[in-house]
Design a protein around this ligand. Structure first.
Ligand code: HEC
Ligand code: HEC
Length: 277
């Protein structure tokens, strides 16, 4: 009401009150309003993703390639748009590129058959294809990504700190020597010998199976780099000088075993000597 009253033609200087000019102005306002709405609608239509767009248009180049691979090799278990299939495979929305890089890069996926734990196998996809699958899953719902800079800072890594972090965070499952070990209900923590630096990083970010997730608030990227350096330069390099080892439970265990075996042997030897004389 207020607006209208203030627009009364009679109030405007230089105009004479009249129904016709007021009607003209009102018509002009309507035309302008319609034009503005049409413009806004057009701009929205051009910018916003339209619901009827083809699937392929939703994704960037690599992700679109990834979707094509996914629809052939993964969709039966992980469902359309990675939504998961009851009893066959979990949803991949939000697991991130890191999880795909880990799972497909170590050949665990595509899963060959249902088992307690996916086996490490030779990868069935090329590095390029793994990147594409990872890009697709990343665009489905975000999630952790292995940074491109992994390995760039390897020279600056602190091996001693890496070793300490490894013993605190990883050795209870993967053993001091990185040989891995059994967990409950037929599951196991695998050996770390074949893992590349990106695989180790991706495992920490995605926490497969019983492994905890080590996000950047649990272990900073620098601490992860230190752990990777320790695994690659100490654990993997030191995987066995040959001979018989005791599962590499560490120097004290192996020393204790030698001590016990040695003492028992000496006792028997002295008994044997005493018995002969
Ligand atoms: C035969 C069924 C099957 C096929 C085929 C399959 N998966 Fe899986 N996938 C599973 C199951 C079951 C799990 C969960 C088991 C596990 O975590 O070990 C899983 C887990 C995953 C995970 C980990 C999810 C998480 O929570 O971090 C990723 C990533 C994944 N699959 C990606 C793929 C991709 C990519 C393909 C295609 C190249 C694929 N899978 C093919 C059954 C399958
Ligand atoms: C609670 C036990 C547990 C802890 C703690 C743990 N992991 Fe694991 N880890 C696992 C399990 C289980 C798997 C196998 C997952 C699978 O097969 O899908 C695994 C797999 C891995 C792999 C993949 C090996 C390969 O190449 O096949 C790497 C690398 C790894 N872990 C690194 C680490 C590091 C580094 C830490 C410490 C920061 C750590 N893990 C802590 C249980 C654990």
């Amino acid at each position: 009401m207020l607006l209208r009253r203030s627009r009364r033609p009679g109030r405007l200087p230089g105009t004479r009150p009249g129904d016709r000019s007021s009607a003209r102005r009102r018509a002009g306002a309507v035309v302008r309003l319609v034009a503005a709405l049409a413009l806004a609608g057009g701009a929205y239509g051009a910018l916003a993703p339209s619901a009827s767009a083809q699937d392929a248009d939703r994704f960037s180049g690599a992700a679109a390639e990834g979707e094509a691979l996914f629809d052939v090799g993964c969709i039966t278990c992980h469902g359309r748009n990675g939504g998961g299939v009851e009893g066959r495979g979990p949803s991949l929305v939000g697991v991130g590129a890191a999880s795909v890089e880990f799972q497909v890069g170590t050949g665990r996926m595509p899963l060959a058959r249902q088992e307690a734990q996916a086996m490490r196998k030779p990868p069935q996809y090329s590095d390029e294809e793994i990147r594409q699958l990872a890009a697709y899953v990343q665009e489905l719902g975000g999630g952790p990504v292995v940074p491109d800079t992994v390995g760039a800072r390897a020279d600056e890594a602190d091996l001693a700190r890496g070793g300490e972090l490894y013993r605190i965070n990883c050795s209870q499952c993967h053993a001091f020597g990185g040989g891995g070990g059994a967990l409950s209900s037929g599951k196991y923590a695998p050996s770390l010998y074949p893992a590349s630096e990106r695989t180790i990083y991706a495992a920490m970010l995605s926490g497969p199976q019983n492994m905890p997730v080590f996000g950047d608030s649990q272990l900073t990227p620098e601490q992860k780099t230190d752990i990777i350096a320790y695994i690659q330069r100490v654990v993997q390099d030191d995987r066995g000088p040959g001979g018989f080892d005791l599962g590499r439970y560490g120097p004290s265990t192996e020393g204790l075993a030698i001590f016990l075996v040695g003492v028992v042997a000496l006792v028997f030897a002295s008994l044997w000597i005493a018995g002969k004389s």
